[in-house]
Design a protein around this ligand. Structure first.
Ligand SMILES: C[S@@+](CC[C@H](N)C(=O)[O-])C[C@H]1O[C@@H](n2cnc3c(N)ncnc32)[C@H](O)[C@@H]1O
Length: 413
């Protein structure tokens, strides 16, 4: 990219716009112009210029009125598009202050963008946030250039990947942007988050240095974390009402069996301690006559009984799911899972010839078979709730942090 500054028109030296000569009678620029109407202000180019605060604008206005326009405006030769001096042009136009113009050669609009951005770094006393904002405007241009380099290398070396890799110096866009702003890559990453999520008031404070990037980033991430926590608590809140049937499949923790390496790190959701499960006020959901189906892992059969009792139920029998395929396990490979059938009061059960064995195909991790839900619906009339559900069911209330995970549509739902 070539930039060849060259002064253009010659006009009388700048005055103060009020008929009086400038205080400094010899402006820096020798060749000046008052032909503001010939210079084109391009919206896209102007948007690249960080705005001046009211105070900065007033200071510049005062200086131009007192001293005239000492620095020449810069335009793109052959296009007459303004590259530098947007604020000065505005003020000079308003007060009739003459100014000089210098032209630069640039190959295309991308080069003009880069020129404007880099020029701002050298001209202005920018805050760190403003520098990052500006540098981020370089990002698409750097990425474009990187792509061009790649295509160029490809053309030159064809499919000789080894040679092209040697010739082609890959551009790390993030690093380049950070370098332009003179900050770390981490700071640029934070500014990207701020750019997307902060409101204009916060951004204004960052631009003036009233707050810092780190502080604003922390404010945003803290607020997001809090919102997520609230959402999790709300979505995990037990539903209101009294139910005739409760199905519960708690996220039992595997940590109470440290010797079992087969399950470690395999659980796709956070577990709950036995104490936390016991403390859930499930009893308040139970109708006076209620049936509870409580799933337990092999390692939690004893705890399952204690939990059922703490919730106000008596364990009556155990339904065993005989799985279609075997899984992992210690000592023996697991091909069964158990569900405690528990009662409170005298719940109605449609007596059938259902045995304690339920056959059903294995699906996703810890997902219970569709046959189980059919069994519950066939056996147990009345209102139903599923705790720790991962799928909503028609006619049921659902609870659980992942209750919408599986679709209600499709085979085996
Ligand atoms: C064993 S899985 C339930 C599997 C489900 N029965 C099925 O067939 O897909 C336990 C579920 O409880 C959820 N969970 C974990 N902690 C929870 C909490 N504190 N409150 C509500 N749900 C929670 C887990 O994300 C997980 O979806």
């Amino acid at each position: 990219m070539t930039t060849t500054p060259r002064a253009t028109t010659t006009q009388p030296p700048p005055g103060r716009g009020n008929g009086q000569p400038p205080r400094r009678s010899k402006p820096k620029c020798g060749q000046v112009s008052t032909a503001t109407e010939n210079i084109i202000v391009d919206d896209e180019f102007e948007a690249l210029i960080p705005p001046l605060s009211e105070e900065e604008f007033a200071g510049l206005e005062k200086s131009l009125l007192n001293d005239g326009c000492r620095d020449r405006l810069v335009v793109w030769r052959g296009h007459n598009l303004l590259l530098d001096g947007h604020h000065r042009k505005k003020i000079c136009g308003k007060h009739g202050i003459p100014f000089g113009v210098v032209e630069v050669n640039l190959p295309d609009r991308d080069a003009a963008h880069v020129w404007i951005i880099r020029n701002q770094f050298s001209r202005r006393n920018l805050s760190t946030f403003q520098r990052c904002e500006l540098a981020l405007k370089l990002e698409p241009l750097i990425a474009k250039q990187a792509k061009r380099n790649q295509v160029e290398a490809g053309k030159r070396y064809g499919k000789g990947l080894q040679n092209s890799a040697k010739a082609f110096e890959p551009v790390d866009t993030r690093k380049e942007v950070a370098r332009a702003a003179n900050v770390s890559g981490d700071t640029i990453a934070k500014v990207k988050v701020i750019d997307a999520k902060a409101d204009e008031t916060a951004k204004a404070k960052l631009r003036t240095g009233e707050t810092t990037i780190h502080r604003e980033f922390k404010r945003i991430t803290d607020a997001e974390r809090k919102a997520e926590q609230i959402e999790a608590v709300q979505s995990a809140a037990l539903p209101a009402g009294k139910f005739h049937v409760i199905v519960a499949d708690p996220p039992w923790s595997y940590n109470n069996r440290p010797d079992d390496v087969t399950h470690r790190g395999r659980c796709p959701y956070p577990p709950m301690t036995v104490d936390a499960i016991t403390a859930l006020p499930v009893g308040t959901l139970a109708h006076d006559d209620c049936i509870l189906w409580l799933w337990v892992t092999n390692a939690h059969i004893a705890e399952g009984h204690a939990v059922a009792e703490a919730w106000g139920f008596t364990v009556k029998t155990i339904l065993t799911w005989g799985k279609s395929t075997m899984g992992l396990g210690d000592w023996l490979r697991g091909q069964t899972e158990h569900c405690l059938m528990c009662v409170k009061g005298r719940p109605v059960v449609n007596l059938t010839n259902q045995t304690t064995l339920l056959h059903g195909a294995v699906r996703e991790h810890s997902r219970k078979p569709v046959e189980f839900y059919r069994l519950v619906e066939a056996l147990c009339p009345g209102t139903k709730v599923e705790l720790f559900a991962r799928q909503e069911r028609e006619g049921w209330k659902s609870h659980g942090t992942e209750r919408g995970l599986f679709s209600t549509e499709g085979p085996g739902a």
